[in-house]
Ligand binder design. Structure first.
Ligand code: CA
Length: 226
């Protein structure tokens, strides 16, 4: 299946040009011409990569990135103005994967897209996930803390995997429902709270650590307590 790329860029000619080039390369490409629309589309989770202009109407590219990173690790390549070192540094700090300076050669952009997609693909199959002493090996269907096995149900395992894949990122109950229970799930979001409680019992309480954090009014995140 073609990889899906979202172009968030208000300069119509540039956006159109990039779109045509991407399609020519066999990607599926969509466009958004302002920050709000871009964020909405990016948050749909339907894209493998996002090209994000910084100077946008509606919401700035940086704001789009900041909000997107609360719920998503989709690779983002920023399109920055020439010599804007602040944008580049801020962008990478905010969670961008790479940036390309305008005006750019299309070949350079395509190379960076390939690299970002490759990195993303590797991340998904790169052996066990680790957060501190906590290890989860999806292929072996095994989780352990400091070498001691943790017995998990299938749902608990899937929830823990999702939290670890998004280490340090706050996931809303809705996002967790979608990722762990699936879009078809119909019911109360408090099922998430119930399973978080199970996981805490088996990890935080069992090993006397604090890895699963509640972010009031938002959701949950897994990270080492530092
Ligand atoms: Ca712009």
């Amino acid at each position: 299946m073609a990889e899906r790329i979202l172009i968030v860029e208000d300069e119509e000619k540039l956006a159109r040009f990039v779109e045509l080039e991407l399609k020519h390369e066999g990607y599926h490409a969509d466009k958004a011409a302002d920050g709000r629309r871009g964020l909405d589309m990016a948050e749909s989770g339907e894209y493998d990569l996002i090209l994000l202009d910084i100077m946008l109407p509606g919401l700035s590219g940086m704001e789009v990135l900041r909000r997107l990173r609360k719920t998503s690790q989709t690779p983002v390549i920023l399109l920055t103005a020439r010599d804007s070192v602040t944008d580049k540094v801020m962008g990478l700090d905010t969670g961008a994967d790479d940036y390309v300076t305008k005006p750019f050669e299309i070949e350079e952009l395509l190379a960076r897209i390939r690299a970002a997609l490759r990195k993303k693909g590797k991340g998904q199959e790169a052996g066990p996930l680790k957060v501190g002493e906590l290890t989860l090996d999806a292929e072996r269907y095994h989780a352990e803390y400091a070498g001691e096995a943790i017995e998990l149900t299938a749902r608990e395992f899937s929830l823990l995997k999702t939290l670890m894949e998004n280490e340090g990122i706050v996931l809303t109950r809705e996002t967790l429902l979608d990722k762990v229970w699936g879009y078809q799930y119909v019911g109360e979001t408090n099922v998430v709270d119930v399973y978080i409680r199970y996981l805490r019992g088996k990890i935080d309480d069992a090993f006397g650590v604090k890895l699963i954090h509640t972010v009031r009014g938002v959701g949950y995140t897994l990270r080492e307590n530092v």
